[in-house]
Structures are given as structure tokens and as C-alpha cells.
Design a protein around this ligand. Structure first.
Ligand code: 5GP
Length: 211
């Protein structure tokens, strides 16, 4: 087998969490654009669509009745209440992506990270991104301009409680420079992909080397 042929490996369930405004979406976008082996899990949510969002791309926007139905059907890998709305990870596409040999990226909160870890422990890698300061967090939230002042204030309060869960993660990064933080996220993903426990093709490869 030529060296350039990748060995079979188990997919990584790669969770990125942060309080909103810490730069997580930018990093997720860069990761998806730069790496064909990882695909995004698109969540379902009952929250209203924001300007610029696309149904089926940013989220599957559903009403409460449909969300409840999906919950009752066991369609979700995890789900939670966030900011007064429900958010959940549909299980089927995640299983399909893993079957296709791809890693899966999750932009979910600490409750989701916890539930996913309970279900799929060894396959899950949890990364938490912190803003460099509370002032910078406030500035980034206000600069977004897509939410009302009331929502921004609520998000600042929510950020504090989200941050309190930093120790439920495998890696905690401080995003004071988006390029540097992105580089760190890439490094983590690369290293996690190389873990022996994920390299299911290694046994056969090593056997052939020893022949
Ligand atoms: P937003 O409404 O700003 O897009 O997202 C609000 C929060 O919900 C973010 O912290 C995001 O990570 C979280 N979130 C998005 N989708 C899911 C999901 O499927 N499950 C969970 N537990 N949290 C989610």
C-alpha cells in the first residue's frame, strides 16, 4: 500500500462550543472550507430565522410541534433548551457522514456536548472557545447587529453561565487572534485523527509490514 493512501479510521465527532461572540462560527466556517474530510451537523431549531440564514444550511427551522414530534420519534442525538428555544442534533445525517468516512463538526452548547459525550464518549472531542476578555465579548456581540439590545444583554448574561462549563471540555482555547485560534483547532483535529484508537486500519497495515 503506498504511503499516501490514508488508512481506515473511525470518524471524530468534533464539538465546538463557546458563548456567542467568541468567534466560534468564523472558526467553524474556516475549518469546513479548508478540510473536505469534515462536514457540519445541521441542527434543528424552533428559533426564528435571522436575516441571511438559509433553511437547511444554517439550521433546519421547525415549529414546536415538529420539534416535539422529532423528539418523540427519537430523531435527535441530543437536544436542549437554549435562549428560550429548542435546538437538537438530528441523528441520521451524523450516522451517514460517519459511514461515508467523514468527521462531523458540531456547533452545540455545553448541554449538547455533555449528552453527545454520554452517548458516544470515545468518538467525541470537545473544544471550548473563550473570548479574550468580557469587554471584547461585549464589543463582538454589539457589532453583530442582528439582534435587539435586549437579546444582546441576555446573551452577555448567558455567556457567563456558558463559560462556567469550560471544564467539561477536552480542550479550551482563547480566541484573541482568529488565525492563531483556527490553527490550534486544526492541530487538535489532526492529532485526534492520528490517535491509535481511531486508526482502525493500523492492524492490517502493521501485519503487512511484519510479513
Ligand atoms: P444561535 O441561535 O446563536 O445560532 O445558537 C445559540 C446556541 O445554541 C449556540 O451556543 C449553539 O452552539 C447552540 N446550538 C445550536 N445548535 C444546537 C444543537 O443542536 N444542540 C445544542 N445543544 N445546542 C445547539
Amino acid at each position: 500500500m503506498p504511503l499516501s493512501t490514508p488508512l481506515a479510521r473511525r470518524g471524530v465527532l468534533f464539538v465546538l462550543s463557546s458563548p456567542s461572540g467568541a468567534g466560534k462560527s468564523t472558526i467553524a466556517r474556516k475549518l469546513l472550507a479548508s478540510d473536505r474530510d469534515i462536514a457540519m451537523s445541521v441542527s434543528a431549531t424552533t428559533r426564528p430565522m435571522r436575516p441571511g440564514e438559509v433553511d437547511g444550511v444554517d439550521y433546519h427551522f421547525v415549529d414546536l410541534e415538529r420539534f416535539r414530534e422529532m423528539t418523540a420519534n427519537g430523531d435527535f442525538l441530543e437536544w436542549a433548551h437554549v435562549f428560550g428555544h429548542r435546538y437538537g442534533t438530528p441523528a441520521a445525517p451524523v450516522h451517514q457522514m460517519l459511514e461515508d468516512g467523514r468527521d462531523v463538526l458540531f456547533d452545540i452548547d455545553w448541554q449538547g456536548a455533555q449528552q453527545l459525550f454520554q452517548q458516544a464518549g470515545g468518538d467525541v472531542v470537545r473544544v471550548f472557545i473563550l473570548p479574550p476578555s468580557v469587554e471584547e465579548l461585549g464589543r463582538r456581540l454589539a457589532a453583530r447587529g442582528t439582534d435587539t439590545q435586549e437579546v444582546v444583554v441576555a446573551r452577555m448574561a448567558r455567556a457567563a453561565s456558558e463559560i462556567s462549563h469550560w471544564d467539561g471540555y477536552d480542550y479550551v482555547l482563547i480566541n484573541d487572534d482568529v488565525e492563531r485560534c483556527f490553527g490550534q483547532v486544526r492541530t487538535i483535529l489532526e492529532a485526534e485523527r492520528l490517535k491509535r484508537s481511531r486508526q482502525t486500519g493500523l492492524i492490517g497495515f502493521a501485519r503487512r509490514l511484519m510479513r
